[in-house]
Design a protein around this ligand. Structure first.
Ligand SMILES: Cc1cc2nc3c(=O)[nH]c(=O)nc-3n(C[C@H](O)[C@H](O)[C@H](O)COP(=O)(O)O)c2cc1C
Length: 156
């Protein structure tokens, strides 16, 4: 059986819930991609062009510090990465995490939650900026039931 790690970032809890459903469905370990400085609701205000999230997303090189340096993937065969869609793509703390890992020989699959956007832009963006990860897909998850169904559809 594959050993699976579900690594997720969640600012307001939706992706965390999806990550737990995914991890339960495939008996995976969970790792939170936790920013060193948590996002306040002012930070998350996408209607303010000067909010922390707006400034970070405007800067493709921005890599917010994480509370934990990285995840040790040595023992895992599959990495599932989960994140909320921010401005169509993965939030910058996910980039910090992806920059820090070695995934040679491992399958990398992703999922996201969103306020309505689909996952196609996030998938394209991850594939072009992180070609070495060979991300197989980014699945938009809308419920815990959908999460469990999705996991069953993966050959892991
Ligand atoms: C800064 C910011 C930008 C967002 N941009 C988008 C977006 O482009 N498209 C979308 O559908 N939802 C967008 N959302 C909504 C989140 O993707 C959605 O609420 C998500 O489920 C939140 O997950 P979380 O609770 O795990 O943080 C955005 C939310 C924030 C805070």
């Amino acid at each position: 059986m594959s050993k699976i790690l579900v690594a997720y970032f969640s600012a307001t809890g939706t992706t965390a819930k999806a990550a737990r459903a995914v991890a339960d469905a495939c008996r995976a370990d969970l790792f939170e991609i936790k920013p060193a400085q948590a996002y306040s609701s002012a930070d998350l205000n996408w209607t303010n062009p000067q909010s922390r999230s707006s400034l970070e997303m405007k800067d493709p090189d921005c890599r917010p510090a994480l509370a934990f340096k990285t995840a040790d993937l040595t023992d895992y065969d599959v990495l599932i990465v989960g994140f909320p869609i921010w401005w169509g793509v993965a939030p910058r703390p996910v980039d910090t995490f992806l920059d820090s890992i070695q995934t040679d020989g491992k399958r990398v699959i992703a999922f996201c939650t969103s306020g309505g956007s689909d996952s196609s832009e996030a998938f394209k963006d991850l594939k072009s900026r992180y070609p070495q990860l060979h991300v197989e897909s980014v699945k938009l998850l809308t419920s815990s039931r959908a999460a469990a169904q999705w996991v069953r559809s993966l050959d892991i």
